[in-house]
Design a protein around this ligand. Structure first.
Ligand code: SF4
Length: 338
């Protein structure tokens, strides 16, 4: 067990200040994420170096489409999550056995130094903190990220964006790229389907930009839940006005899962229409997700319209960017390592 970095004592309570839940804990109590516990006047993380998942993935799987295309990245997770999504695709990690009841967290012990060695041995461009929510294993990521930067490697977050400002800002210079979900544009729906809230996520998204981190945004489109044109327009407007028209937006198709196993999958036409709408409104890079072989997986030049990157799933089949510019018209394509 390691001492947590963000908490404070207020009267009889110890308050975790890592994420906007701000769990107020009695002695011995475990936070809502299932992986932080109060011990006396201190707060401890239960998942420092406790890896529950490790794999090498293409960077496209995160998804990041404008960050070192086709490179491989070591991807890791612990258990635990600070959201409780009814449609969670990794619920065995986020809602692990005994969540909130046990201090005995499963996972293989791997310390930061060893993890960096593993990344290098796999010739990985970096490490992606993914599969479960990185915020809940913050201390381990921070220590690892410092070593990664010293080795010239990249740190990537795949996150729900539910993190407090101080914790996020203290990652400045330690995060290179982020895929951050924007699941709904409704506080009510955030609460109902995820247990989170909208406003903190919007603030997190804006801060990544200010921190100079490469940002891509993902929205899982669930039929009759968040496919309403007005809500879609709100998301598009937020990205356009607050994050910039060159911010890639991934719109993913929902498949029945977890507590929403009886809900029907998103019809492909819905994804295609939303993509068209976003392009019409001015977003330059809009991608369909979970729609294998769809034209929306490709990157097109916003200036001349020519095909820049042809993708099928995570594979790149054609590549027409040179020195970060469209090979045909010279238009500068936003991103890193293009
Ligand atoms: S990180 Fe965990 S313990 Fe801390 S406030 Fe969030 S849910 Fe609660």
């Amino acid at each position: 067990m390691r001492e947590a970095l963000f908490y404070k004592k207020e009267g009889e309570r110890v308050i975790c200040t890592l994420c906007p839940h701000r769990c107020s804990l009695r002695d011995g109590q475990i936070g809502a994420c299932g992986v932080r516990v109060r011990n006396g006047d201190k707060l401890h993380t239960l998942v420092y170096g406790k890896l529950a998942s490790i794999a090498v993935d293409p960077i496209e799987k995160k998804p990041l489409f404008h960050f070192y295309p086709s490179k491989q990245i070591l991807s890791i997770a612990t258990v635990g999550c600070n959201m409780f999504c009814k449609f969670c695709q990794n619920y065995t990690l986020s809602f692990f056995d005994g969540k909130g009841k046990t201090l005995n967290i499963y996972g293989q012990d791997v310390m930061p130094e060893r993890l960096v060695e593993i990344a290098i041995s796999y010739d990985s461009m970096g490490i992606a903190y993914t599969y479960n929510e990185p915020t809940v294993f913050y201390e381990f990521i921070k220590d690892t990220s410092i070593l990664m930067k010293q080795s010239g490697l990249k740190n990537v977050w795949v996150t729900n964006g539910f993190i407090e400002e101080e914790a996020q800002l203290s990652l400045k210079g330690l995060v290179d790229a982020v895929n951050n979900d924007l699941k709904f544009f409704s506080d009510k729906k955030y609460k109902k389907y995820t247990g989170g809230r909208l406003r903190p996520v919007l603030e997190t998204l804006k801060r990544w930009k200010k921190m100079g981190v490469w940002l891509e945004v993902t929205t899982l489109i669930i039929p009759e839940v968040n496919d309403d044109p007005a809500e879609i327009d709100d998301i598009i407007d937020f990205i356009l006005n607050e994050l910039g028209d060159e911010t890639p937006w991934h719109i993913s198709r929902f498949h029945p899962h977890f507590k929403m196993a009886n809900h029907y999958p998103t019809p492909p036409i819905t994804i295609r229409k939303i993509r068209e709408r976003a392009l019409e409104k001015g977003l330059k890079f809009v991608y369909s997700g979970n729609l294998w072989g769809d034209e929306g997986e490709n990157t097109y030049c916003p200036n001349c319209g020519k095909l820049l990157i042809k993708r099928t799933g995570y594979n790149i089949e054609e590549y027409n960017i040179m020195n970060s510019k469209c090979k045909f018209c010279g238009y500068k394509i936003s991103g890193e390592g293009l």
